[in-house]
Design a protein. Structure first.
Ligand code: TNX
Length: 542
């Protein structure tokens, strides 16, 4: 076609211009489009959609450098679960290639995911980044099958601490379930599992030096039936158990492969009746004590006056530290009534000797002494916000649970903070009207409320806000007896929280979250997650 021809025939010119415009427009990358194809939770920092599809081969071929073999194995397992086989391919001709590139200027856990006409390229500066990129890719494969949209994603987390907690003191769940809990967390880019291992109602971690923790503290005679505030009926059934050190090591490794650090919690000075039942000399009155059979806050706590208490706790921590390689250890610190200490000669003596003002300061002294010990072993402590009362231990991180105030106060004192305020982060609360729900502790925290949570309090300056490491969902299990019930309470609220802690604030959109959740529903079904369906308009039986 000569240019003269085009000029002489204006209709042809118009059609050519039209065609060009059409092509130009449809090939234009669509940045952050809410395209139906994008089913990713948590939503990435930046997505550019291109036209066209990349078809994965059968079996899916993957290239991983030798140094990343473990990641390759995890990927192969995950893809198998979706129903596809994976074969390794040499060189970079594979469908999916992973590469670690320390020259990338991305935040620590960030990744780049490119899907173009020749395949899927995952790049990151760290193994964690590659792992998260892989999770994004898996979500795409789970929903789109082998026809992947061409796109470019740049992604990294908003917060470095993205946690879920699980209380195994009130009810205990088998090691297989703990792994599943961790695996599901990893799929949504959580990176901290806070394992609440000791309670009034049961001690769940094997400590070899103290066999009575296994023989006595791990077991309660029976359990209250119904709501602790309203019932006085008990089931008459002995209940308990504990995780052996071998099981714990296995779980810690499993979590590490999924880039999840476990933070073990050993509660003190309160919530310690199970330990006192085993070793009554550790209490102010000397007992006898029994492992608690109902829920609540109990007056019997570790004696702060006796040296034996600290010998015991230090011995316990020596074993705990050997099992959990992470820097942080949670020492509890919440809900410690001061009644026994007020009446205890040795505690009062301690107050005098240490020139403390009162029992709150005695608690603070207690925590600081434990902190010093753990710091000397290269560890750092996290405590519930009560550890602010009577003065914070010098290097402690505060977990703010009674609202945000504790976190705000700690950040102002330049202490790091993890936000877990009850109104948004308590996944043991009801998620819908109590009449329609299985028995729960109380409260009401809907998926939408969790989603609306903003971890950075507006009352803090930008500098102070930097002390907020992230947020965590708490799962107290007084009223959750089975793994299925735990999942029902946790999902999908944990997915809302995953987006709170990962996605940039300005990218959060509840309607779009629900749309993506619906798209992921068949995948959650395939994984047999017992998620609650209130926000999915799904009335199938649970
Ligand atoms: C308070 S949160 C507790 C737990 C209970 C929970 C029930 C916290 C630090 N302590 O012992 O299980 O409320 O929601």
């Amino acid at each position: 076609m000569s240019s003269n021809f085009v000029i002489r025939h204006p209709k042809v010119l118009f059609s050519l211009v039209g065609l060009w415009l059409l092509l130009a427009f449809s090939c234009q990358p669509r940045k952050d489009s809410t395209d139906e194809t994008l089913n990713i939770i948590p939503y990435p920092v930046s997505v550019t959609l291109h036209t066209g599809i990349y078809h994965l081969k059968s079996p899916v071929t993957m290239y991983v450098p030798d140094s990343l073999q473990q990641l390759g194995d995890v990927f192969t397992d995950y893809v198998k679960q979706i129903g596809y086989k994976v074969k390794t391919a040499r060189g970079k001709h594979a469908d999916v290639s992973f590469s670690l590139n320390s020259a990338l200027s991305l935040p620590d856990e960030g990744y780049l995911l490119n899907i173009n006409r020749s395949g899927v390229i995952l790049e990151a500066g760290t193994r964690a980044g590659l792992f998260y990129g892989m999770q994004t890719l898996l979500q795409l494969i789970a929903v789109r099958g082998k026809n992947l949209p061409r796109l470019s994603i740049t992604d990294y987390p908003r917060f470095s601490y993205r946690g879920l907690h699980l209380d195994v003191g009130r009810h205990m769940f088998p090691p297989e379930f703990i792994k599943r809990y961790i695996d599901l967390m990893a799929r949504f880019k959580f990176n901290r599992f806070h394992w609440h291992l000791t309670e009034d109602q049961g001690w769940r971690i094997e400590i070899k030096k103290y066999p009575r923790l296994q023989e006595v503290a791990a077991w309660r005679d029976e359990t209250i039936v119904g709501h602790a505030g309203k019932s006085n009926k008990y089931d008459g059934q002995r209940y308990g158990g504990y995780y052996t050190q071998e099981e714990i090591r296995d779980i810690v490794n499993y979590a590490a492969q999924r880039h999840i650090t476990i933070i073990p919690e050993i509660e003190m000075p309160g919530h310690s009746r199970a330990a006192l039942a085993a070793y009554p000399n550790l209490g102010c009155t000397g007992g006898p004590y029994a492992v608690a059979t109902t829920w609540g806050v109990f007056e019997d706590v570790y004696c702060a006056g006796k040296e034996e208490t600290f010998t015991f706790l230090q011995d316990v921590f020596d074993e705990v530290i050997g099992l959990f390689p992470g820097t942080y250890v949670h020492i509890g610190g919440d809900e410690c009534p001061k009644k026994r200490w007020k009446e205890c000669r040795l505690c009062q003596q301690r107050i005098k000797n240490e020139k403390l003002k009162d029992e709150h300061h005695l608690q603070s002294w207690f925590i600081q002494r434990i902190e010093k010990y753990l710091n000397s072993k290269g560890r750092k402590i996290i405590g519930w916000d009560e550890i602010l009362e009577g003065g914070l231990a010098p290097n402690a991180t505060v977990m703010s649970w009674r609202g945000e105030e504790g976190g705000i106060a700690a950040a102002k004192q330049q202490h790091t903070v993890i936000m877990t305020p009850g109104n948004w982060c308590y996944l043991d609360h009801y998620q819908a009207s109590p009449e329609t729900e299985p028995l729960a502790i109380g409260g009401l925290t809907t998926v939408e409320e969790v989603y609306s949570y903003e971890p950075l309090p507006a009352s803090l300056t930008e500098t102070e806000q930097q002390y907020i490491l992230g947020a965590q969902g708490n799962v107290w299990t007084e009223y959750m007896k089975t793994p299925e019930h735990v999942e029902y309470m946790v999902y999908p609220r944990a997915l809302a929280l995953a987006e709170v802690v990962w996605t940039p604030k300005e990218k959060r959109n509840y309607e779009d979250f629900l749309r993506r959740l619906k798209q992921l529903q068949p995948w959650l079904d395939a994984l047999q997650v017992n998620y609650a369906r209130h926000v999915l308009n799904d009335t199938s039986p649970q």
